[in-house]
Design a binder for this molecule. Structure first.
Ligand code: KIV
Length: 302
């Protein structure tokens, strides 16, 4: 039997309460990223629980070479487009690098701008440390916050690059403390990214909020993958934790190449792709064209 929700059965809108209940029932939570209207509609149709407008969009759709350069304004455009394509899943938006770290005031102002402008349900911020205070401030302002520990791409340089985290007992303890501190600050859920599966398993009993993993093993309450990774839309080398469920880039290139071929050979457009005009109107047009002023000749004045 398929684990997918029945297409015909209307789904309840996903909420913080329903996600907590999913965790209690040990029902895996499915999260995926989306960055525009069509990817949001696909996530909706596929019946996922959470859609994240990740700052990974910096790389997947805007072509930057890391998540660092994406701006608040760019993220607002992406998140608003996703909102328009989404009804049921919880919509979470990443606050981009530099938009929340300076002070609680900056963090609350940016989170409020996201909620007011895009209609997102929650925001996500990265790291422990000072981010714990930012999370507490945003939650106190009435906006749900998702935390993110382990590999935190916004600060990848400072943590030694795009590599798994918590590999020593001390680092894993630090990671665990950050996760618990974020939970105590009021985060409704956490992302664990690139963490050894055994570390995840050891830390999970300390957490009551849902934990969504990406490269953190099977021990979390749910999983998240980047839309372009899981569908094979880009041609880079995916991270170890990515499972590809389709090879859409190959199909897309083949489709555009076939179109280019058809245009060059004249196979497209065919008669079925054009519009036809009434025969009488065409006869009148030809007469008008014949009677009209010659090319480059000024119209005759009365
Ligand atoms: O930006 C993103 O896509 C993310 C996920 C990998 C969790 O933060």
């Amino acid at each position: 039997m398929s684990a997918r929700p029945e297409a015909s059965a209307p789904r309840q809108k996903v909420s913080l309460t329903s996600l907590a209940a999913q965790k209690r029932r040990a029902q895996p939570i499915v999260m995926v990223t989306a960055y525009d209207y069509p990817s949001a509609q696909i996530a909706e149709a596929a019946g996922v629980d959470i859609v994240l407008v990740g700052d990974s969009g910096a790389m997947t759709v805007l072509g930057y070479d890391s998540t660092v350069p994406i701006t608040v304004d760019e993220m607002l455009v992406l998140t608003s487009a996703v909102r328009r394509g989404l009804k049921t899943p919880l919509l979470v938006a990443d606050l981009p690098f530099g938009s929340y770290e300076v002070s609680d005031e900056q963090a609350v102002a940016t989170a409020q701008r996201f909620v007011k402008t895009t209609g997102c349900d929650a925001v996500k911020i990265e790291r422990g440390g000072t981010t714990v205070d930012r999370a507490r401030a945003i939650v106190a302002a009435g906006i749900p916050v998702m935390g993110h520990v382990g590999l935190t791409p916004q600060t990848a340089v400072a943590i030694g690059g795009y590599r798994s985290q918590g590999r020593t007992a001390e680092d894993a303890l630090e990671l665990s403390r950050s996760a618990v501190a974020l939970q105590e600050a009021g985060c409704f859920a956490l992302v664990f990214e690139a963490i050894p599966s055994e570390v995840t398993k050891a830390v999970m009993p300390k957490l009551d909020v849902p934990v969504i993993g990406i490269g953190a093993g099977p021990g979390t309450d749910g999983q998240v993958l980047v839309f372009h990774d899981l569908l094979g839309i880009w041609d880079g080398q995916p991270a170890r934790f990515v499972k590809r469920y389709a090879d859409l880039r190959t199909e897309m290139v083949a489709g555009v190449a076939a179109y280019a071929d058809d245009v060059r050979t004249g196979a497209y457009p065919g008669p079925e792709h054009g519009y036809s005009a009434d025969a009488d109107e065409m006869a009148r047009l030809r007469a008008l064209l014949d009677d009209g002023p010659a090319q480059n000749e000024a119209p005759r004045l009365p």
